[in-house]
Design a protein around this ligand. Structure first.
Ligand code: HXC
Length: 257
């Protein structure tokens, strides 16, 4: 496809999208976010893809929204033309999206990583919401998702001071699933995506939907949604196959797509 600021690769059922604007530490300008949205939609629609890995460079996952592009923006222009709206494409993906973060994940970069389903961090990763130092605040969900992930006091400290946290602290406070040596980051992220790809696609999509619902629904509604999704999976061949394979002491063979 005709992308200038991202690269895409396939590793079997795993698709990789690499943010590739090295001269600006992958600053998330409108064009980059438009390309990212298009690539995510294309992989989500491709039945041969089971999960998507989103990554950047060794130095930066992304150093935030593009400050040069934002500087002249004014209100109410920003109200009429909400430049953050296209970022929500990350949230619209049905398949699992794994953020593989090395180096800086700051501001909008941290926010995009937090929109993903699983965060894997290299030991070089640095997370932060430095917007306050620019006279703004996080605008792509950071004040909400960081607080959900690490709790109020630490989120407040991060958002009010703009300080960065390293990979070890991010793992300790639950922001990332795990930390791996930088040299192994992509292998581990792709292996994780492929492992998910061996499972039942409808079960994976519904499990993602159920976990995500816990951020938006009251407990009672979330449990109700979970129950409906759970029961509906008894209509799939994959449920019959998964349980038959267990009972016959063999590996299940789930259908793709
Ligand atoms: C535009 C950026 C950028 C950004 C880095 N660059 N971050 N350009 N927007 N967010 C550019 C620099 O201007 C520089 O370009 C080049 O990338 C290399 O950066 P350096 O600063 O020279 O690198 P270094 O000294 O290693 O410092 C790395 C850094 C620093 C600590 C990450 O670049 C930095 O603080 N960046 C800004 C981080 C930030 O404030 N992010 C939040 C943005 S607001 P030149 O041309 O000079 O070589 C935001 C709001 C999101 O994200 C809300 C939703 C939209």
């Amino acid at each position: 496809a005709d992308y200038e600021m991202i690269l895409t690769e396939r590793h079997g059922a795993a698709a990789v999208i690499r943010l590739n604007r090295p001269q600006a530490l992958n600053a998330l300008c409108d064009q980059l976010m438009d390309e990212l949205a298009r690539a995510l939609r294309a992989f989500d629609a491709d039945d041969s893809v089971s999960a998507i890995v989103l990554t950047g460079s060794d130095k930066a996952f992304a150093a935030g929204a593009d400050i040069r592009e934002m500087q002249p923006r004014s209100w109410p222009g920003t109200h009429r033309h909400d430049f953050i709206a296209p970022w929500e494409a990350v949230l619209g993906v049905q398949k699992p999206v794994i953020a593989a973060v090395a180096g800086f994940a700051l501001g909008g970069g941290c926010e995009v990583a937090m929109m993903c389903d699983i965060l894997l961090a290299a030991d070089t990763a640095k997370f932060g919401q430095p917007e306050i130092k620019l006279g703004i605040l996080p605008g792509a969900g950071g004040s909400q998702r960081l607080t959900h992930a690490i709790g109020k006091s630490k989120a407040m400290e991060m958002v009010l001071t703009g300080r960065m946290m390293d990979a070890a602290e991010a793992e300790r406070c639950g922001l990332v699933a795990r930390v791996v040596p930088a040299a192994e980051l992509m292998d581990q992220a792709v292996a994780l995506a492929q492992k998910i790809g061996e499972l039942s696609a409808p079960a994976v999509a519904m499990a993602k939907e159920a976990v995500n619902a816990s951020f938006e629904l009251p407990l009672r509604e979330g449990v109700r949604l979970e129950r409906r999704l759970f029961l509906s999976l008894f209509g799939t061949e994959d449920q019959k196959e998964g349980m038959a394979a267990f009972n016959e002491k063999r590996k299940p063979l789930f259908r793709r797509g």
